[in-house]
Ligand binder design. Structure first.
Ligand code: ZN
Length: 386
């Protein structure tokens, strides 16, 4: 049997950092080393598998378990990438177990989920329980930046009836989460010597007026009808760049917008609302000199698409050894479940670890949770037809 903790230690020691749009550092960036490792593990099990290129050096790895008698397939999804490591205060790629905690980048988000799911998958393959369902195990790429891996998986006709996505939910059942769209707004002007500013057209001043309108729009959003689990949608401006030098009137200024979506909202609708609002609030001379960039993140919100009896069934199936059932709820962060659910696959998020330790300077996970999660995944999938 595969030991989930040993597997997790190996995974932590293999860097698979997401470059997050920055220049690639070959030694630590991209997922291919982790994919190689997982591919060897999958091959060792002797199951059917496919490695599918999503981007150069970035492949989804899919493996199939065919149950003795089942026409239902559950998709297990866990991402291979981690967030960057520059801000870490511990060695990111040296797994260390101390006081029941396993430290290292990805220990929590989400190599723990990769290890737990794969341990459960391997056990299914080895034991072939009579009442088990089929399982498609998917290790995706680029979850932390633009969800290209899960978007590519969502476009496939994989015939699954339910998706379970691993993220640190403290083994609660997440049935809803927000989505996100991120894009730039550019304001243009006309440059000239700063000693004669009246001869130019200051793009930073123009952006100032755009920002004032956006702050008003953000307030309006905060007061709009909330989702019952997730609260209202939101908008935040997180970055601004502009100008070349203090003695030049700037002809260009850009901002980056992070708009969080609730279920029922679309990426296009959210962008259009902002455009309409600016059109109403700005003078035509200002509005005509702003331009919207193409969004680089377009992650839909998750509404699981499951009925309550089905939730209850999952709660029972994913209960702990003493029968303690996971709670049901929503979370503010996005996951691979967004693109998968948008493509029509009912999805939930469930995994070991606490999101509070994800992306942190000393990322860790309670080691016990990893084996526990593997047991719970296995129990659910092995007794699917009971
Ligand atoms: Zn994650």
């Amino acid at each position: 049997m595969i030991d989930a903790i040993e597997l997790l230690k190996d995974l932590i020691s293999i860097p698979s950092v997401n470059p997050m749009g920055q220049p690639v550092v070959p030694e630590i960036h991209l997922e291919h080393r982790v994919t190689d490792y997982l591919e060897a593990q999958v091959r060792g099990l002797g199951v059917e598998y496919r490695r599918i290129e999503v981007l150069p050096g970035r492949d989804n790895l899919l493996a199939w378990y065919r149950a003795p008698q089942s026409d239902f397939t559950v998709l297990l999804d866990a991402h291979q990438d981690t967030v960057p490591v520059e801000t870490m205060l511990i060695p990111p790629f040296e797994p260390r177990l101390s006081d029941g905690k396993l430290y290292g980048r990805g220990s929590c988000d989400v190599k723990s989920g990769v290890a737990s799911m794969f341990a459960a998958f391997a056990r299914l393959v080895q034991e072939r329980p009579q009442h088990s369902c089929n399982v498609l195990m998917a290790f995706t790429v680029d979850e932390e930046y633009t969800h290209r891996g899960s978007s590519s998986l969502a476009e496939m006709n994989h015939g699954c009836g339910l998706g379970i996505v691993a993220e640190p939910t403290r083994m609660n059942l997440v049935v809803s989460h927000k989505g996100a769209v991120r894009w730039k707004i550019h304001a243009s002007g006309r440059a000239c010597h700063s000693s004669t500013p009246h001869l130019g057209d200051n793009a930073i001043y123009r952006m100032g007026r755009v920002l004032e309108a956006l702050a008003e729009f953000a307030c309006k959003l905060a007061g709009s009808t909330p989702d019952e689990m997730l609260g209202p949608p939101s908008l935040s401006v997180g970055r601004i760049t502009g100008g070349q030098s203090v003695n030049i009137v700037p002809d260009e200024c850009s901002i980056e917008i992070d708009r969080r979506l609730i279920p029922g909202e679309t990426v296009e609708g959210a962008i259009d609302d902002v455009r309409q609002f600016l059109k109403e609030k700005l003078k035509p001379g200002d509005f005509d000199k702003t331009r919207f960039g193409e969004p680089w993140v377009r992650m839909p919100a998750l509404r699981s698409g499951l009925s309550e009896p089905f939730w209850n069934r999952l709660q029972k199936g994913l209960a702990g050894g003493s029968g303690d059932e996971p709670g049901i709820g929503g979370v503010p962060y996005g996951t691979d479940a967004g693109p998968l659910a948008q493509a029509g696959l009912p999805c939930v998020v469930f995994g070991p670890g606490d999101i509070a330790q994800a992306h942190t300077e000393d990322e860790w996970i309670e080691a016990d949770q990893v084996a526990e999660a593997a047991d719970r995944y296995f129990r659910l999938l092995s007794q699917w037809h009971r």
